[in-house]
Design a binder for this molecule. Structure first.
Ligand SMILES: [Zn+2]
Length: 247
C-alpha cells in the first residue's frame, strides 16, 4: 500500500501500486492516480436534451453541401446519450498555461479528438454525480503516453466525462453517424451524403467552352459573338438554377 493526500480535502488516502483510481474515504472524491501526480474526475452537465439534439441534426442536414432533402429523408436509427472520457491537461509552457484535451477512450467517432472543455462548468464526478441516464464510456487509453508528448511541464491533469449525443442515421440504405456536443451544441460528422457536384461541373464546363468559342468568333464578327455570349450567360444561369433546385 502507498499513501497520498487527497487533492481536495487533504485527508490521507491509501492505494495499491496498481490502482488507477482511488476514492477518498473522507470526502468521496474520485482521485486519479498517475505517476506524475493525482488528478480529479470531472463531468460536464448535459446542456442540451434529446429533442434539441435532433433539431441540431436536422438543421445541419439541411445545409447546402448536404444531399438534397437529407434533413427530411435521413432516418434516425438511434440516438444515444453518452459520457465520453477525455483527459484535460494543464501545462506550464515557458510560464504560460496551456490546456490540452485528449481522448481517454479509443474511438473512430468524428470530433472527439478536438473537444473543448469549458472550465467553469466542471462538476466533481463521484458516486453522488447523477449521469442522467447517460451511458458512461470506459477509459481505455493510458494518461502516461500523452504526458510524455505534451509540451512544457505538467501543472494539473484530470479526467473529464464529456457529454455527447451520438446520432446514427440511414440515407439511401447507407449508415452514417454524427456526434453532437451536449456542452457546446457543435455537430461533428465524418462521411456524410453530399450534394452531387458533377452537374455543377458540367454546367461550368459547357459554359467555359461556349465562351471560348465565342471569343474566337469575336475576331470575325463582334456583334454576333456578343449576342451569343449573352445567350450563354442566360443559359448557364438557368442551368445552374435548375441543378440547384432539382439535383
Ligand atoms: Zn478527500
Amino acid at each position: 500500500m502507498a499513501s497520498m493526500k487527497c487533492t481536495k480535502c487533504g485527508a490521507p488516502v491509501e492505494f495499491d501500486v496498481g490502482d488507477k483510481f482511488v476514492k477518498c474515504s473522507y470526502c468521496s472524491s474520485q482521485i486519479f492516480i498517475d505517476r506524475s501526480g493525482a488528478g480529479f474526475y470531472y463531468a460536464l452537465p448535459f446542456a442540451i436534451g434529446e429533442s434539441e439534439a435532433v433539431g441540431i441534426f436536422r438543421r445541419w442536414a439541411g445545409g447546402s453541401t448536404r444531399a438534397k432533402d437529407l434533413d427530411k429523408l435521413a432516418q434516425i436509427s438511434s440516438l444515444k446519450k453518452q459520457y465520453f472520457p477525455v483527459y484535460l491537461f494543464k501545462r506550464d509552457v515557458n510560464g504560460m498555461e496551456q490546456i490540452h484535451v485528449e481522448p481517454a477512450a479509443s474511438t473512430t467517432l468524428p470530433g472527439l479528438h478536438s473537444l473543448k472543455v469549458p472550465g467553469g462548468d466542471l462538476k466533481i464526478f463521484d458516486d453522488k454525480f447523477d449521469a442522467g441516464g447517460a451511458e458512461l464510456i470506459k477509459p481505455d487509453i493510458e494518461m502516461a503516453p500523452y504526458l510524455e508528448q505534451l509540451p512544457g511541464t505538467p501543472k494539473e491533469q484530470a479526467l473529464v466525462y464529456f457529454p455527447i449525443w451520438r446520432l446514427d442515421y440511414v440515407f439511401e440504405q447507407r449508415r452514417y453517424v454524427v456526434v453532437i456536443s451536449a456542452s457546446s451544441s457543435e455537430i461533428f460528422s465524418g462521411d456524410f451524403p453530399a450534394r452531387s457536384s458533377g452537374a455543377y461541373m458540367l454546367v461550368a464546363g459547357v459554359g467555359f467552352l461556349a465562351f471560348l468559342g465565342e471569343g474566337l468568333l469575336a475576331l470575325a464578327s463582334t456583334a454576333l459573338a456578343l449576342g451569343l455570349m449573352a445567350i450563354t450567360v442566360v443559359g448557364v444561369f438557368v442551368a445552374a438554377n435548375f441543378v440547384a433546385r432539382r439535383m
